[in-house]
Design a protein around this ligand. Sequence first.
Ligand code: SF4
Ligand code: SF4
Length: 443
Amino acid sequence: MSADAHRSADVDGALPLGAEMPEGARFVGPLPGLVAGWKGRDFPADEDLNMCVACGLCLPHCPTYRLTGEEPASPRGRIAAMRLVGEGRADVDSTFARFMDLCLTCRACEDVCPSRVPYGRMMERARVQTEPLHSRRTRLLLWLGLDVALPHKHLLWLAAAFQPLATPFLPRRVRALVPKRSELLARLPGTTEPQGEARGTVAILSGCVQDRWYRSANRATIRVLARNGWQVVVPPKQACCGALAAHYGRLDTARGQAEQTIRAFEGYDRIVVNGAGCGAHMKEYGELLGTDEARAFSAKVRDLMEFLHDEGVEPPSGGLGSGSERTVVAYHDACHALRAQGIREQPRAILRWIPGLELVDIPNGDRCCGAAGLYNVLQPEMSGALMRQKAEAIASTGATVVVSANPGCTMQIATGLRAIGKDIEVLHPVEILDRAYRKGARP
Ligand code: SF4
Ligand code: SF4
């Protein structure tokens, strides 16, 4: 739509600010009389957009800019595009959607931005705007996955139950990603009593993908917390936290899931989450729902490794290997732990306490692995390039184990390592601690 088409005849009869300026000159800002191109109630706020000073410091940190070299595939370019729509000078069209979809929502830009632009929040809202532009097939798949399956545990269970039958019919790239399902029939214990002196109660999020495909991380979480004196409760009415729905333009679905999660955890003061994406999202429920109740809930949410570090854990007396064997472990920083929650040192400090464990950093370890929720399914080319880079960087460390605290990253890294023929185990950091506890004798 042209600028003229947006221009209204007059704005309440008042002269616009700067009308006395020379012909054609104006203050920087929206052209008077233009109407924003957003629809509905969820769109990037002007206050957020205006925080960007276009300095470009974020550009070298943006994976999609680094790979394409294109300004519209950079944070600054995307914000500029959102601004044009907000000012009524452009529409939400397929080009706009293409560059928004290419964003990983890794928030590397947010982390380095001197103006503290809330990029993640803006992108979530921009994606609500682009959602109707996706193909019918994509919208159907997103609806089935995000609105139907993830919020309903029994449907997720059915998906896992029929996984062996369905897998051959999945597209090859999806087939390569799907991990083995976890135990189908057993359930996590509702309550696990602490060992030794009780320190209090923690309620844990078992998660949707985490629990269905990475149950071993949940079991290790329970064992490690109980060993360190915590009574561990798995609230039965919890389902998906809504992080994926929020990242893929379904904020209303995400709001419903947030409300359900808050209800499920009612009465607990310590809420511990072992999935980085889920924890980051639950810490932002206050912002998503805008209520005091949601803000109070978010204040209680702690990442598992952050919690263990801050509350203190018994140092393990046993290592991972036999005798004096050294185990090289590479640490993968999930974007939603490192960027969105500022968690970097806490898990490393805990892992360094394990005898015989040599912790190594991955070269360019702060770069996204390309999993980014459903990004690896929806943007296979960009995701595949980032996955290969990450797998090769991990292999270059000589590690035999790589740890990742996010199920999406775990899936992506395992696929990448398989693709380059490397037999490197991918575990959650708490699984390493749990193994060390189980190997060593209790002091
Ligand atoms: S998002 Fe931040 S770092 Fe990037 S151009 Fe804008 S102000 Fe600069
Ligand atoms: S969130 Fe990540 S991919 Fe998206 S603009 Fe920021 S740095 Fe680039």
